[in-house]
Design a protein around this ligand. Structure first.
Ligand code: GLU
Length: 290
């Protein structure tokens, strides 16, 4: 049985970029005659916008995207994250880290002479114990020093050595906020998710999630990372970059706009029903799970 999900962070209403990911995951679930769930990822409390969850749900409903079970809220799942954290602690896979962002950046600069773009690998400074006089700023996961390989249904075969490219990563911050990486693995397993379809910005998180899943005795879901939408400056559309809230007054037009990013050709549809049946069929032809 196929179980897919859309997992928006409620930092604001959906924009065209988040709709592309939602649409792809919805079509994949419908094409497989599976279930489609929505999970509100409201862990990063400073970034949660009031009522954004309701806004997102009403945008999805207005577009004719219906979830099959009541949405989960990560803010209500602390006990499950704590249990996973304890399980990893019992395997000695967690340690407190006293490093600030600045200190981590400085360590990378002294090693490479500059700060590379994107990921800043953590070099395991606190792995052998907190330096004297330092308090824990976070708790990190001890990663395995091997290459993680997986097949992405959109991007193909992927390899990442988490140890060298990312390093031991954060599971919990000292303010108590659970990290996305831990929560997503715990919840995907708890909800029985079999297939993840999401934006390509999360492709580089997949190997981390595989390592966590394996340490917790879980089977990672299959993944598909669909293209992102960029603005005219070449930045990924996001709330922080000032992306426009999605208009749902003309749902067909909005869906067709998102469809265009999925590179499946023109779709003739004069109403929502026609869009959904045509789009699901086209998706099934191209990405059939057999
Ligand atoms: N909440 C994440 C985001 O909005 C998506 C998580 C996921 O799909 O794994 O970017």
């Amino acid at each position: 049985m196929y179980v897919g999900r859309f997992a928006p962070s409620p930092s604001g209403p959906l924009h065209i970029g988040s709709l592309v990911a939602a649409l792809a995951s919805y079509l994949d679930a419908r094409a497989a005659r599976g279930k489609w769930l929505v999970r509100i990822e409201d862990l990063d409390t400073p970034r949660v916008a009031a009522h954004a969850d309701q806004l997102i749900l009403s945008q999805l409903a207005a577009l004719g995207m219906h979830w099959d079970e009541p949405p989960w809220y990560q803010s209500q799942r602390s006990a499950a994250y704590q249990a996973a954290f304890d399980q990893l602690s019992a395997q000695a896979r967690i340690y407190p880290c006293g490093c600030s962002r600045r200190e981590i950046a400085d360590a990378v600069i002294s090693e490479h002479g500059r700060l590379p773009d994107g990921e800043r690998p953590y070099r395991g400074t606190c792995r052998t114990g907190l330096p004297k006089g330092k308090a824990a700023k976070s708790w990190r996961f001890v990663v395995k020093n091997d290459t993680t390989s997986f097949i992405d249904r959109w991007c193909g075969l992927q390899h990442q050595c988490v140890a060298t490219q990312v390093g031991d990563f954060i599971l919990r911050r000292s303010d108590g906020i659970w990290a996305y990486q831990l929560a997503v693995v715990v919840d995907d397993a708890a909800q029985g998710i079999t297939h993840i379809v999401r934006g390509q910005d999360l492709l580089s998180s997949t190997a981390r999630q595989h390592q966590l899943a394996h340490a917790l005795g879980l089977i990672p879901p299959s993944v598909m990372h669909v293209p992102l939408v960029f603005d005219e400056r070449g930045l990924k559309l996001s709330k922080q970059n000032g992306a426009q809230a999605l208009q749902t007054a003309q749902p067909l037009q909005t869906l067709k706009q998102a469809w265009a990013y999925l590179q499946l050709g023109e779709l003739q549809a004069s109403d929502l029903e026609g869009f959904w049946s045509g789009a699901t069929e086209r998706w099934a032809q191209r990405y059939s799970l057999g």
